[in-house]
Ligand binder design. Structure first.
Ligand code: ZN
Ligand code: ZN
Length: 377
């Protein structure tokens, strides 16, 4: 009974949208604010940290918390009856990553290109990037800017906490031991670099202030790295999933070329299918010039005003059949729409190879077991 409850709880944590990581985040933030208030604030201002720097740090902490709430409460771009056609209009099929019309059985709506159904949120999201457990929300077309602000503000706040706590740590240690502090703030770092003995000494003298300084530094560097990575990704115009699919399709395309170079292994229909797959361009059509990419982050393409005829509301459409004409319309707008998974021949061959290898491994295992039992007899 108790074990079942534990299993149910683990299932809930891993398969349902839940606030567990968000609660952990709140706990870390509260602990950081408490540590900073009790260990660093009493030493501001000092000769290396002005009152203005102290106030900026406080404002950055407030801004980070605001960006967290803003991202948690944001709509990532859920696909609804009212928004689905707008997403189709701005993101047509590219015949590369999105080459097949699909319908979401859970949302009971067509799934436009660049949309993905989140298994945790149980909704389809436009230009879905990923589900972020820290904000317990999906990151998609409408809230990528919220998420980038969340990351950037947290990085700045952590660097600011690191700066103020480092000056406080250095000054308190220096003054309690009658040592003259280095005059230049960057030189304060030298207080801690010389040896493990110095580190051990400092951590023993001011354990809480030392922990805060070290933690804020490590987290700031980690978050700065992640922010730059996410910013680079956002400016490339592709989502995390698209980037992965892009490289996978490139590999499949190479395999298709090598299969075509040995035509004896292929049936005429397979050859025809592979030739058709390779005929389509293998590059993204969603990339925009730099300024337009930045503008699309702040003002998502699918939310921009459209002509009245486009703003039709499809509230009466209930089943997949009802939606078929709409899907056909968007498919017709895509030149040479193929409506099938690309490189299905290569994928099928790969699956066969894996199955054959598994069968071979099982056969060898059985042979070994037989030989062992014969020896025992
Ligand atoms: Zn869905
Ligand atoms: Zn989600």
């Amino acid at each position: 009974m108790f074990l079942n409850k534990i299993i149910d709880f683990i299932y809930y944590l891993t398969n349902e949208r839940n606030p567990a990581v968000m609660i952990f985040y709140c706990f870390i933030v509260l602990a950081l604010i408490a540590l900073w208030s009790f260990t660093t604030v009493p030493h501001i201002p000092n000769s290396h940290c002005s009152i203005l720097e102290g106030i900026s740090c406080f404002l950055l902490i407030l801004a980070s918390i605001w960006s967290f709430v803003w991202t948690v409460r944001s709509n990532p771009g859920y696909i609804t009856r009212d928004t689905v056609t707008a997403v189709f209009d701005v993101f047509p099929y590219d015949n590369f990553i999105y080459s097949k019309a699909s319908f979401c059985e859970v949302c009971q709506l067509p799934r436009p290109p660049r949309s993905h159904h989140c298994d945790l949120c149980k909704r389809c999201v436009s230009k879905h990037d990923h589900h972020c457990a820290w904000v317990n929300n999906c990151i998609g077309e409408h809230n990528l800017f919220h998420f980038l602000s969340f990351l950037a503000l947290h990085t700045l706040a952590l660097f600011s906490i690191f700066h103020t706590s480092l000056t406080a740590l250095c000054l308190t240690i220096c003054s309690s031991h009658g040592i003259r502090c280095p005059p230049n703030p960057p030189l304060l770092l030298l207080c801690f670099t010389p040896s493990m003995r110095t580190l051990a000494f400092v951590s023993a003298q001011r354990p809480w202030l030392f922990s805060l300084t070290l933690f804020s530094f490590l987290m700031a560097v980690l978050l700065a790295f992640f922010t730059l990575l996410q910013l680079r990704q956002a400016l490339s115009g592709l989502t995390t999933r698209e980037k992965w699919k892009f490289s996978k399709l490139q590999a499949l395309s190479r395999m298709a070329k090598s299969l075509l170079s040995s035509p004896a292994d292929l049936s005429p229909s397979e050859r025809e299918s592979l030739t058709a797959d390779l005929a389509h361009p293998s590059k993204s059509i969603y990339g925009l010039p730099f300024l337009q990419t930045v503008k699309a982050l702040v003002s998502p393409l699918s939310t921009r005003p459209r002509t009245p005829t486009d703003q039709a509301c499809y509230t009466n459409l209930k089943s997949q059949e009802d939606w078929t004409p709409i899907l056909q319309k968007y498919a017709a707008d895509c030149p040479g729409f193929i409506n099938r998974t690309r490189f299905s021949v290569v994928i099928q061959r790969e699956r066969q190879t894996i199955q054959e290898r598994m069968q071979e491994m099982n056969r060898k295992k059985l042979d070994r077991q037989k030989k062992r039992s014969q020896k025992e007899k």
